[in-house]
Design a protein around this ligand. Structure first.
Ligand SMILES: [Zn+2]
Length: 425
């Protein structure tokens, strides 16, 4: 699964000129002020910037929230507006929790600045937003932004930001893991339960029978409850067990409705690899998803199935969600697309559409009548399963998006981003 990065980013041209650097400082409590006064922060940053070769000092923007007064952040607003006006190339700040009032503002600001090629450097986290680490940071923050209600108390907001700073990849609890010393570690007994569920399912056991077996052996869920069909199902479908995360599958619509909606491309979705130790291999996970699909097809009610107007109808199975691919006419011609993806978007299923000519070419040397199914897996991989038990794996090539972006198009997009930011600012 390729990491999906929706924003187009522009690195600054390598012109040998000074980088104009600004700093943002803030103290929010009496305790802060005592240990690290605002004036001390200001002199720290002005010294740091002025002594750095290749840097031009723009200024230190500082906000001070005195006890009992409103946290207005006039300097923060001024800094962002100066950035948008083209006066700043890079911003230095102490930490992500100091920089913005909440995760939503932080993400919006960093993304806006990023689109303009402006780097934000967080000293404590040692992260530049324009770097690859910065991209991962944004993806993880994005997963918290959805959790963070704008009407939440400052304490809750702090918890969310703290979680990120501590490197917690998710907020909830998950059978098989414990959070210890800054990382998620495997809880051996629980991990064995997870492995048992996957193993039994792959050996042909039904979900209800797996749940019954666990209950008979006295095995309990993460919250010490008895196992149900739904509980076992959720374990089998949880992608986090592969050690990777798919972030921002859903997000909170707004702070008034507090409705969690499926991300259908309104916000970027990210694939974060190796965020924690895996309990289940990606291969086993995918085998389970394919098996779920296969059983769903086998037990599907007769008559509900759409029967073949096209050669690939009811033949291509999505490895992610188990649904069949369907034919769709797009601007670039007919494609085959997972029906979940088609109706509910990328957040519901991160599968990829396949151009029909690609499918036709890939199946040209075989008889479609000999096939039981084609499993559409990640990385452009198709697994062909034949009636005689044979299996064939083929991969297909797609045109890369980067190829189709000319320097002129990039410049046009850059101008658009600047214009949009002017309107917003
Ligand atoms: Zn799907």
């Amino acid at each position: 699964m390729a990491r999906e990065v929706k924003q187009v980013t522009f690195t600054k041209a390598a012109i040998p000129k000074l980088t104009r650097v600004a700093a943002y400082a803030r103290v929010s409590s009496a305790k802060d002020a005592m240990h690290h006064s605002l004036s001390a922060q200001v002199s720290h940053y002005s010294g740091l910037i002025q002594q750095h070769p290749g840097w031009q000092y723009v200024g230190v923007y500082s906000d001070e929230a005195k006890t009992g007064t409103k946290d207005t952040r006039e300097a923060f607003v001024r800094l962002v507006s100066d950035c948008k006006a083209g006066k700043v190339d890079m911003v230095i700040t102490k930490s992500i929790s100091r920089f913005a009032r909440n995760t939503v503002t932080l993400l919006e600001t960093v993304r806006d600045l990023k689109a303009l090629g402006i780097d934000v450097f967080f000293e404590e986290q040692n992260i530049h937003t324009l770097s690859a680490d910065g991209e991962l940071m944004l993806s993880i923050l994005a997963s918290y932004a959805q959790e963070e209600s704008l009407s939440a108390s400052e304490n809750q907001k702090w918890r969310v930001r703290k979680n990120f700073e501590e490197g917690k990849p998710w907020n909830g609890t998950l059978l098989g893991y414990r959070y210890r010393n800054g990382v998620y570690v495997i809880e051996p007994d629980e991990a064995e339960t997870v492995r048992r569920i996957f193993r039994e399912f792959l050996s042909g056991k039904g979900i209800v029978s797996i749940a019954n077996g666990l209950n008979a052996d006295g095995v309990r869920t993460r919250y010490e409850n008895a196992w149900s069909k739904g509980g076992v199902s959720r374990i089998l479908r949880n992608y986090a067990y592969t050690g990777n995360l798919l972030l921002q599958k859903t997000f909170r619509e707004n702070h008034l409705t507090k409705k969690t909606v499926v991300n259908e491309g309104q916000l970027p979705m990210y694939h974060a690899e190796g965020t924690h130790e895996a309990i289940i291999s990606l291969e086993d996970y995918q085998a389970v998803q394919a098996e779920i699909a296969k059983r769903a097809k086998k037990y599907a009610p007769v008559g509900k199935c759409f029967t073949g107007r096209y050669p690939f109808s009811s033949l291509i199975v999505c490895a992610h969600c188990g649904k069949h691919y369907r034919r769709k006419i797009t601007a670039t011609g007919p494609v085959w697309i997972c029906s979940t993806y088609n109706y509910q978007g990328r957040a519901a299923c991160p599968s990829k559409q396949i151009p029909e000519p690609t499918l036709t070419a890939m199946t040209a040397d075989l008889d479609i009548g000999d096939l039981t199914e084609i499993i559409a897996e990640d990385r452009n991989t198709l697994v062909f399963r034949f009636k005689d038990g044979r299996k064939a794996v083929k991969r297909w090539q797609d045109r890369s998006r980067a190829e189709s972006w000319t320097p002129e198009m990039k410049e046009a997009a850059r101008q658009k981003a600047i214009e949009r930011n002017r309107h917003n600012g």
